[in-house]
Design a protein around this ligand. Sequence first.
Ligand code: BDP
Length: 618
Amino acid sequence: MLYPIENKVREVKNLCGIWKFKVDENNVGLEEKWFERPLKDAIPMAVPASFNDLVTDEKVKEHVGYVWYERDFIIPDSWDDKRIVLRFGSATHHAIVYVDGVEVVSHKGGFLPFEADITSLMEHSSVDKHRLTVALSNVLDWTCIPCGEVISKEGEGYPEGFQFQETYFDFYNYSGIHRPVKIYTTPKKYIEDIVIKSEVKGLSKEYRKEKCCSIEDYKKLEKSEGLTAKSAVVKVQIQSTDAVKAIMVLDEEDAVIAMETKFRVSEKDGKKVYTTEVQLEAPTLWNPGAAYLYQLRVEGETDVYTESFGIRKIEVTDKQFLINGKPFYFRGFGRHEDSDIHGKGLDDALNIRDFQLLHWIGANSFRTSHYPYSEEQMMLADREGFVVIDEVPAVGMCFWDGQQVFGGNRVNDETLNHHLNTLEEVYQRDKNHPCVVMWSVANEAATHEEGAVPYFKKIIDRMRSLDDTRPVTMVHTSGADGDKVSQWLDMICVNRYYGWYTDHSHLEVIGLQLENEMKRWYEKYKKPIILSEYGADTIAGYHKMPAVAYTEEFQCDYLREFHKVFDQLDFMIGEHVWAYCDFQTKQGLNRVDGNKKGVFTRNRQPKMAAFLLKNRWN
Ligand code: BDP
C-alpha cells in the first residue's frame, strides 16, 4: 500500500484536527444507525490522538465498545476527473467508516492503514459538504490481535452490568484515531503498488575501507558468494492500471542516475504488473547510522509516484547478523508509541525527541514492540539510519499459570486468519523501508504449547512467502527446552527478567541463570540470539545506597549483570533494554501509574541508567 503523496498529478487533503466525538455508552449506535444523521450531543476531539487521556470522565476513558467520530469534508470541483481515496493511517482497533451515511470501508486491527475509493460516491453527489462518520470499537477478544477478553461479573458484590476489558499484555489499551486521516487523489488510471528489492553485488571499496573488518575478510565473503564488487541490481515491480512508461532512480541530490523504459508485463488478480530492473554502479549503501536514500520515480501515462528506498544487504549466519557484510550488534530498546495526553496518537515532535535521544545514547536499533508503529516514524527511521525489527500486534497469547492459549476457545481459526491478514498488511505497508531488517511475528506467545506448532508454522510460512528478503523472528518468553517453533525462525529473540519477576532483587542469580539459558537456546537451535527485553522498574529520582529495587542505582546494577554475560557469548548479537521510556499500562498491583522500566521517563528525560548505556554503547 502506497503512502499518500502530493505531486503534479496527485493531491492530498489532510483531515487531522478537531472532530466531533461521542461515546456509545450502551453500544446501540450501529443498531440505531447513528451514521445516518449528524451525531447529537457530541464533544470536540483531536485527531490523531487517543481519546482516553483527553477526557476527565473515567467512564469515557475506560469505555469498552464503540465510540463515534465525525467531521465534514469538501471535495473541490477541480477533482471532478480524479480518483478520490479516503485513507486512515490507523484507527484502534476496529473501524466502520461512512461517508454521507454510506459504509465505505471497515477494518479490523488497530495499527495499520486502510483506505476506501470514494470516487463514485463523490461523482454521484450533488452536495457541497460531505459527512464522514467513524464507528470505532476498542473491544479485544480472542478473534483478533492483540488478544483480549471482555469480562463480566455478576452476583453478590458486583453492581449490575459490571464489566471491563481484560488484556493479557502490558500496555494501556489506548483507543481512537491514532494516525492521520487523509483524502488523496490519483488520476483515474493509477499506480497502485510498487515493490523494490535490491541485490547488492559486492560491497564498495569505501565501505570496506571505512567501516569494516579486514579487507581479507571481505575478499573471502565476496569470493564465497561469487560477487563482483560495487554494484547493485534494483528490481522493481509495479502494479498499475495506468500504462507504465519509465522508472528512474534519483540520488540524494535529485540527480537521475538510472532509467529504464522496458518492462515485462504480466497480470495478477486482473491487474497489470510491470517488472523491470536497473543496475547501479558504486551505489551508496544504506548503513545503520549512515542512511542513504534513493528515490524511485515511476512514470505512467497519466500518473507519477516517487518512493524512497535504500540499498543494503542482510544475512544471518549461525552466530551473526550481517548488514552489508558487517556483523551488526543490536543496541537499543523495546519501545512503545506512548506519551502523556496523546496516548498512542501520532506526535511528530515526540518522534523527533525520541530519535534525538536514541542517537544520543548510542542506540542503533529498536523493535516496534508490540505493534507496527506509524508510517511517519518508519520514514524517520529510514532517514535517521535506525535498524528496526518490525513486530505485528500478536501479543497477549500466553498465560504464565499453565492455562492453554492455543486451542479450545482461546486462540482459534479466526485469530489465525486475522494474524495472517495482519502479516500481509504490515508487509504491504513496510516492504520498501530499508530500516526494516527483520519481521517479528509475535511477542511472548505460548510456544511451548502443542497448539502453537501448527499455528506458528502457518504464520512463519506466510511471512516468508510474502517476503523473501528479510529474516523472520519472534520474541520468546518460553524457555529453550519447552519452545517448539524456533526451528522455523532465522534467529531467536528472548525476553528475560531474572532477578526481577523471579528471585526478585537478587542480582547475584542473573549471570548464572542468563548464561545457562542462552547456552541452552544456542545449543538447541544454533542460531544467533538477541536479548530483546531485560530491565527493572525504576522510579525516577529514587536513590538508595546500597541499592534496592526501584532505585536508579538498582536499575544500573541490574543492567550491568546482563551485560557481563552478553560480552562473553559470541552468539549473542544484541541487547534491547526494556524499555526506552516509562509507559502507561492498565492498573495493576505491580504497576504504579504504568510500567517504570524506562531508561528515560515518560517525559523523555534520562534516568541514571541512560548514562550507563550511553557509556557502554558509545
Ligand atoms: C514482557 C512484555 C512487555 C512487558 C514486560 C514487563 O513483553 O510487554 O512490559 O514484560 O513486564 O513480558 O515489563
